[in-house]
Design a protein around this ligand. Structure first.
Ligand code: F6P
Length: 374
């Protein structure tokens, strides 16, 4: 019997998504003779039944394209924003899945997508997921596709910032994506030779950062590069957030007390906007050196995927088709070493892979004198 496969991409876009769609689609069509459709803009397309047939023509010429040909969104099936309401649309999704006679829905996404996809698997749909995000923070896989491309972009940016920082004897603070996990800031910081690397996993003390910059000046290097993950916090901020999180965890779910505690966390994050600019100003005051801020932002997510990401996405895509053929569902296709391996989606959902303090790159960076602000 000819199988019917649905694909969607959800969460922030990532280089390599089209390479993965192409690999799933091509192996489904060419190797297994199945039919493939793609839902537009993540789970929203599945709710509104907006889809496109993915045939040989649609899958051709997309390997090197950035973004996703399907479009994406951060919509959640159980909290879909419709008008000014958030509605649980799971039953509509299930209906559309069956109307298309789908044998499997493949969801390409980061941590949020793994959680949402797991909810659909628990609701009885045949789901397989792939791990994609430039943040590289999906639990259960050594690596996510998109990370390598972003690493290259961020590293090249740091290289370029070096010569201008050197010429002007300035501090350049460079903000790199990564709210909860600092993989990208660590990798690009180390590869780009940043003098200071600040990660969400290691709360910093601005005085220690300033001391490291002053010591460099004393030894004849009156310029410094500070690579900071967007979610890195000072020790005082991290302590405040810990207290706010404890209040949420201590409150009973569904109570006004818990809602208020959650609102305080949102307010905390709102107030932190612009914190990297404030850090640059603080470092200027503490060191007497001029400081500038560069926010790399969405440049890190755009454009053509690296060769490594194309290879990874292709390998993951064909492994997905193999899993579907074997009838193995409720799995995320992970990368362990050079191999792909299915891991239970319910084990992945709701977890984040943070940078461990004994990570070899982190240890190496410390050995060569990189300051982490702790
Ligand atoms: O895709 C993950 C990520 O790149 C984070 O590092 C970043 O904070 C976030 O997306 C921002 O994405 P958006 O602006 O699309 O919400």
């Amino acid at each position: 019997m000819k199988k019917h496969i649905g694909i969607l991409t959800a969460g922030g876009d990532t280089p390599g998504l089209n390479a993965a769609i192409r690999a799933i689609g091509k192996s489904a069509i060419r190797h297994y003779n199945w039919q493939v459709i793609g839902f537009k803009e993540g789970f929203r397309g599945l709710v509104h039944n907006r889809f496109v047939r993915l045939g040989r023509e649609e899958l051709s010429g997309i390997l090197t394209k950035g973004g996703t040909i399907l479009g994406t969104s951060r919509d959640k099936p159980h909290k879909m924003v419709l008008g000014n309401q958030k509605i649980d649309m799971t039953s509509t999704i299930i209906e559309n899945y069956h109307n298309h006679n789908l044998d499997c829905l493949v969801c390409l996404g980061g941590g949020g997508t793994q959680k949402n996809a797991n909810r659909l698997a628990a609701a009885g749909l045949n789901i397989i997921t792939l791990p994609k995000t430039i943040d590289n923070d999906v639990w259960g896989t050594d690596i996510t596709f998109g990370y390598d491309t972003a690493l290259g972009i961020a590293t090249e940016s740091i290289d370029r910032l070096h010569s201008t920082a050197h010429s002007h004897h300035r501090i350049i603070v460079v903000e790199i994506m990564g709210h909860r996990a600092g993989w990208l800031a660590l990798g690009a910081g180390l590869a780009g030779g940043a003098d200071v690397i600040l990660l969400p996993e290691i709360p910093y003390d601005a005085n220690k950062v300033a001391d490291a910059i002053k010591a460099r000046k004393l030894h004849g290097s009156p310029f410094s590069i500070v690579a900071i993950a967007e979610g890195a916090m000072s020790q005082a901020e991290a302590a405040e957030l810990d207290q706010l999180v404890a209040l949420v965890e201590g409150a009973e779910s569904g109570t006004a007390e818990r809602d208020a505690a959650k609102a305080n966390i949102s307010e905390f994050h709102r107030k932190r906007k612009g914190s990297t600019l404030r850090l640059a100003e603080t470092l200027e005051n503490l060191t007497g050196l001029e400081a500038r801020l560069t926010i790399l932002g969405h440049v890190q997510r755009g454009g053509t995927p690296s060769a490594r990401d194309r290879l990874l996405a292709t390998q993951l895509g064909t492994a997905t088709a193999e899993l579907i053929a074997a009838g193995e569902f409720g799995k995320m296709v992970a990368v362990i070493g050079d191999e792909t391996r299915p891991v239970l989606l319910e084990d992945v959902a709701g977890k984040k892979k943070l940078v461990p303090l004994d990570n070899p790159q982190l240890v190496s960076a410390r050995r060569i004198g990189t300051c982490f602000g702790d």
